[in-house]
Design a protein around this ligand. Sequence first.
Ligand SMILES: NC(=O)c1ccc[n+]([C@@H]2O[C@H](COP(=O)([O-])OP(=O)(O)OC[C@H]3O[C@@H](n4cnc5c(N)ncnc54)[C@H](O)[C@@H]3O)[C@@H](O)[C@H]2O)c1
Length: 407
Amino acid sequence: MQTNEDGTTTIGVGLISVGWMGQLHSRAYTNLRYAYPDLKIRPRLVHAADPASARAEEAVEVLGYERASADYRDVLNDPEVDVVSICAPNFLHAEIGVAAARAGKHFWIEKPVGRGEHETREVAEAAAEAGVVSSIGFNYRHAPAVEYLRELVAEGRLGRITNVRGQMFADYSADPRGALSWRFVRGLAGNGVLGDLMGHLVDLVQYALGPIREVSALTSTVYVERPELPMGTGTHFAVIEDGEMKPVENEDYAAMLVRLSDDASASGAVGTLEASRVAVGPRASYGIEVYGTEGSAHWDFERMNELHLSGGLGAENQGYTRIMARPGMGDFGRFQPGAGTAMGYDDLKVIEAKKFLQAVLGREALNSNIQDALSAAQVVTAAERSAESRGWEQSSPVAGTTASTRV
Ligand SMILES: NC(=O)c1ccc[n+]([C@@H]2O[C@H](COP(=O)([O-])OP(=O)(O)OC[C@H]3O[C@@H](n4cnc5c(N)ncnc54)[C@H](O)[C@@H]3O)[C@@H](O)[C@H]2O)c1
């Protein structure tokens, strides 16, 4: 890391895995300087790794990395790499996360961190021991309308929060010919939609309302086999004609009843959360509805720039007002000058890159960190146990999680 005379700090970036998320992290680093010129941070794309040679080449030719390798260890051993993005499939997260921490590299890692609570904990312990900064790919919490919803709750504008309803309904595998990517193989992904989407929803709820203490869950698998997609090719949105059918090893759908912790800002609140990767109709309907004694608010990623807010009991005409995200709401003004011109999904990753690198420079602690990932993993793992035991399962809140302590 180098800081020049005008205070601009250049940070060497390493990337592990050049799939969908690896490409997106790279674009986020590149675009950071345009959205946040005043922060004087210059990410320098140094070294990328992917065993799929076409992807390693793409890292240099298209994304602008100075060099690329097949082996992720070459990135971690590169002295010009200060921070690393870990965008590998889930089964590699624990191995690579621990190795990154031991190499002294601050890391931005995709969710879920590993194949369940035990692997997330291994990474958390390694990061704590090495004293490196971590950030997690919980991008939905950065949506300006979500930040605003969180503020409304914290300021008590919705009254006492009584219940929350959330869903993560995707159609990426709604077609039975939808590819069997690594996401469907237990050894490569861990659980299915619980880790892939429910973890995001748990983080949203915990970010807005505080820790979840107890869950009762059920899961189901709608399609038990799918045509195989080789690793490092295509995306999990692919539909394959006449492919070789292989078994689906984890769940397509999950539902949970949840009870929030007594020390949550929405203490005593309860709720229902659902996730599906085979929904027909919703395309990426990821949202939460928060209900309080004096009002309620709804947000859905399919309409990311809107928040639907009730006028509350006192309003003459009760119902919902559609509020458009605007400058002053979260980081909206960094991307668009006025309400009504939409921010997009990629912009959320630019915000995430900013929070990560600001934390690395010791300037801000607003990034989601490995404790947030551990907290979400505990809830998801409790849900898995509950689906098995058919009873309620506890999730002990992780001490120091930013989700419950920061406004
Ligand atoms: N935050 C989000 O909204 C979001 C969205 C999608 C994916 N994700 C997460 O990001 C991670 C990656 O998902 P993706 O959709 O980008 O996957 P992907 O399948 O598009 O890419 C994975 C890449 O990893 C590479 N790879 C395989 N073995 C490797 C190894 N040994 N070393 C290094 N690289 C290796 C593959 O060649 C491939 O290029 C997952 O953990 C996923 O859950 C998060």
